[in-house]
Every structure is written in structure tokens, then in C-alpha cells.
Design a protein around this ligand. Sequence first.
Ligand code: SF4
Length: 365
Amino acid sequence: MNKLGLYIHIPFCRQKCRYCAFYSSRPRPQDISRYVKAVVRQLDSYDEDLQDYHIDTVYFGGGTPSLLSEGDMAQLMDAIRRYPLSEHAEITCECNPDSATENKLLSYASLGINRISIGMQSGQQDELRALGRLHTHEKTAACVAACKQAGIENISLDLLLSIPHQTPDSLMDSLQKAVDLHPAHLSVYGLKIEEKTPFFLDPPPMPDEDTEWEAYQNTFAFLESMGYNQYEISNAAKPGFESRHNNKYWKRDETLGLGPAAHSFFKGRRFYQEADTAAFMQGNKNIVQEPPLTARDILEETVMLGLRLKEGVDVTPLSPSPQTISFLEQLEKEAYCTYHKGVLSLTRKGFFLSNTIITSLLNLI
Ligand code: SF4
């Protein structure tokens, strides 16, 4: 049977963070329970297709999935369990420290959720405030403790680089605070100013590229010294705790997304649900099919996604031309990659410049 990753988007947040371009809005009373019913309807609409699959990862992302009450989450998990769900499935829920209460986490754990990804972002109050986050570091620490109390040890923390007011010292302090909470996994992303966000209209001062590189390099060198392996551009984990669900995206495995703005790669096609929560709750399908993938699309996806991973990509099937090989050898000489027995993998320095490197490489093949 084929394996499948199920993604469920929860498009609600208490308040919009100043940098956030994810699809979410503040829910009105009753929105969440109506929304949960719409997700169950959408899942059931795939009833026949799902019989060919074994769901081995589930990911509740957002938005803020931890706004779901115990009862709402139970409805979703009951619906998912009507389909073939692997006994050892990785079931992740993104949580915000301000809404993931002890009782909720206990209940989520009893429903089978076994991985929690917490939006810590920073350990500094002034930085959290500048981002428009509602929580404090004490809340993050309490959330981690509540997960452990509920028996969930597979905890991931999200952190941000290039936050307004962040200095090399405050970054190291945040990283130390994060590591002191003993998460199994950390995701560290560079802040980007995205269109249609408050930061886009009123941009904060941003560091130059050298400062960004220093922060990126120091972050992952520190995490490595603490026993976390950087297995992807922005992710590091203790051995065996790499995100199984996100690995599906990087390896082009099949995933089915439910809810507005959720993307799918299912039965050879890419498609997504239009970002319109009201229409979704009314039962409008609004699925947008991407054009069928050509051989070239598949090649580009394989290279672009595979090079995000430290293990890299086998480029032998691309039959690299002498020009491509000399480009790769030059990159290797400058320590941007390793290229060995046809497998190309980026170094940390290469990860930092991955967009430029991948674009140049794709122009050559
Ligand atoms: S909580 Fe997360 S999804 Fe919601 S606005 Fe903030 S960053 Fe965006």
C-alpha cells in the first residue's frame, strides 16, 4: 500500500503577527466548530482514493491549530481514524504557547498526537513584542513542560533569525534558552519581509547579508555542538527525530492537504484549495489543479527540493554535461558543496546561498 502524509490547515489565529504571510484570520464564535465539520466533509470526499493508502504522517498546521478545543480535535482525529492510519504514524500539531493549555495538551496526547511543534520564535521579550507575538518565554517553557507532562517527548521549537532588535548576543541567549528546554528538533528560519504584512508596510531595519550569514552559521554550529544534526537548510534534530512529514515534501512523496490554502501532491498531480475560509465552510470545493508535471518539472522539483537536505541529490540520472560538472567542481573547490559519486549535497555555506546555486545549476541542465 502507498504511504500518504495528511496535512490539515487550521486558518485561525488570535492576532496576526507582524511578519506573517500564512493564510489565517481571527475566528468568529462558532467558526472553528463549523470549520472542523467542513474539514471532515472534505476528508470524506476522498473516501475511495484513501482506500489505496496508509496514512503514516498527519500534520495540523496553520494558523494556530492549538486554538482547537479538545472536542474539535477529537472530531478530526476520529474522522482520520476511519481511514487506514499507521500504528506508528507521526502526528504533529503546531502549537502557540499562548493557546496550548495543559488540559488541551493532555487531551491531544490521549487522541494520539505524538509530536508538538511550538512557535517559540525568540527567548527575548522585546523581540517577541516587535514580532507581534502574544506569548512570553515563560509561556514557551510552560508549554514544553506541559507537553512532557502529557507524555509527548517529540517536541520541536521554531525560532527566527533577523528579528528587529536581535543582536549576536540575544540570538545566542535565545538559542541557549531553547536548548535548555531539551527539544528533540529545532527549526530556525530567517525573517523575510513578505508582501501584505504589517512589516511590508512599515519595514523594520534588516541586517545585511554578511550579518545574516554570521547568524545562520553561528546558529547551526551551536546547535551541532549541542548534538543537533542540521539535516535540512532550516532544520536540526537529535538523531531519529527528523520531521517525517516535512521529509515527504522534500522527497516528493505523496501528501494530501485539507482546508483553504492547503497544497497536495496526490496521485501524480499537484493541486491546492483556494484560500477562502468562508467558501470552504459553505462546502465549496474550489480546488485549483496545477498543470500536469512535465519531465522537466519533475527534474527541477527533484533538484530544488532534494538540495534542501544535507543528504543531497543523486544527479547521475540528469547526465550532467562537462560544463555542469565543471560548475559543480568549482562549487566544491569553494566549499559550497560536496560532489561525490554523482551525489551532490550543499554545505552550510551552500545552504545559505542555495537559491542562487540552484538557479545557476538548473540553467545548466
Ligand atoms: S501565530 Fe503563526 S500563523 Fe498565526 S499570525 Fe502568527 S506567525 Fe502567522
